[in-house]
Write a protein that binds this ligand. Structure first.
Ligand code: G
Ligand code: G
Ligand code: MN
Ligand code: NA
Length: 254
C-alpha cells in the first residue's frame, strides 16, 4: 500500500493517468461513452491500480483534490478527442466523500467553464448506489442541480447497495449501471437472470437508462439484449485502454 504523502507527491508530479473503457450500444454497435478509470504510473512500481491508493485517501481532502483532477483530465480528454473528430462522452467515478462537499456544484461548474468547447452533457458522474444513499437528500439535490446544467448521473454497482425502491424514486439519476456480479454467471444462474430482469424492468418503469457492466462473452451480450438491456461495458467489448488508443479502437470496432 502507498502512503498519503507519496500519493500527494504523485499528484503534484503528474504521475496519475486515466484509462478509458468503452461503453457501446450492442444493437447499433455505436460507441456511446467511455468510463475513466484512474491508474498511477509509479516510477518504481509501474502501473498501479486504484485499489492500492484510493482506500488510503478515503475521507481525506486529498480524495477530493484527486477527484477534481480526474474530472478536469477527463474533460481535457474529451476536448482532445473532439479535436481528432471523435465524439465520446466520458463517465467519471465520484467518491461518496467528494459528492458531499458543500461547494460541489460551483467547483464542478468551474471545471466545466475551463473547457468551454466541451458541452456539460459530455460528462456523466458515476456514484455508488450505496454511497448516494448515505446522504440521500444531499445526493438528490446535487443530482438535480447537475441535471439542470446537463451533467447526468449513473448509479454504479446497482443492485449491490440497499436498493430500496423508495430511495431509487428519490435519486433522480438518469442511468442504472448493473453490477458485474449479476452478469458473471447469468448464463447458468437463473436467480442472477431474474435479478437482471428485475433491474431492467425497474429502469424502464422509472424511465432510467440501464447499462450492464462486466460483459465478458458474446453469449452474455446476446442474452442481455434479449432481456432488454442494449448498452454494455466489459472485456468482451474492450478492456480499459490508454486514452491514445481509443480513437483507433473506435475505428476498428464497427
Ligand atoms: O479498473 P479498475 O481496477 O480501475 O477499478 C477499480 C475500482 O476503482 C472500481 O470500483 C472503480 O469504480 C474505482 N475507480 C476507478 N477510477 C476511479 C476514480 O477516478 N475515482 C474513484 N472514486 N473511483 C475510481
Ligand atoms: O466503477 P466500477 O466499479 O464499475 O469499475 C469497473 C471495474 O470493473 C474496473 O476495475 C474494471 O477494470 C473492471 N471491469 C471492467 N470490465 C470488466 C469485465 O468484463 N470483467 C471483469 N471481471 N472486470 C471488468
Ligand atoms: Mn464505475
Ligand atoms: Na461496478
Amino acid at each position: 500500500h502507498q502512503t498519503l504523502v507519496r500519493i500527494e507527491q504523485g499528484l503534484e508530479r503528474g504521475e496519475f493517468v486515466l484509462h478509458y473503457q468503452p461503453k457501446v450500444n450492442m444493437r447499433s454497435g455505436q460507441l456511446i461513452g467511455a468510463e475513466a478509470l484512474i491508474r498511477w504510473q509509479h516510477p518504481e512500481e509501474g502501473l498501479v491500480g486504484p485499489a492500492a491508493f484510493l482506500p488510503v485517501i478515503e475521507n481525506h481532502p486529498l480524495a477530493i483534490r484527486l477527484g477534481e483532477w480526474v474530472i478536469g483530465s477527463a474533460l481535457a480528454q474529451v476536448a482532445a478527442w473532439q479535436g481528432e473528430g471523435l465524439r465520446v462522452p466520458v463517465s467519471v467515478n465520484i467518491g461518496a466523500h467528494h459528492l458531499q462537499v458543500a461547494d460541489f456544484m460551483p467547483r464542478l461548474c468551474r471545471l466545466l467553464a475551463a473547457r468551454p468547447e466541451v458541452p456539460p452533457a459530455m460528462l456523466e458522474l458515476e456514484v455508488l448506489e450505496s454511497s448516494a444513499l448515505e446522504s440521500l437528500q444531499q445526493a438528490s439535490r446535487v443530482i438535480e442541480a447537475c441535471a439542470e446544467i446537463g451533467v447526468s448521473f449513473a448509479l454504479d454497482d446497482f443492485g449491490t447497495g440497499y436498493s430500496s425502491l423508495a430511495y431509487l424514486k428519490r435519486l433522480p439519476a438518469a442511468c442504472l449501471k448493473i453490477d458485474q456480479m449479476f452478469v458473471r454467471d447469468m448464463l447458468h444462474d437463473s436467480e442472477d437472470r431474474a435479478i437482471l430482469q428485475a433491474i431492467i424492468g425497474l429502469a424502464s418503469a422509472f424511465r432510467r437508462k440501464v447499462i450492464a457492466e462486466g460483459v465478458e462473452t458474446i453469449e452474455q451480450g446476446a442474452l442481455l439484449l434479449e432481456l432488454g438491456c442494449e448498452t454494455a461495458q466489459g472485456f468482451y467489448i474492450s478492456r480499459p485502454l490508454p486514452a491514445a488508443d481509443l480513437p483507433g479502437w473506435a475505428a476498428g470496432w464497427l
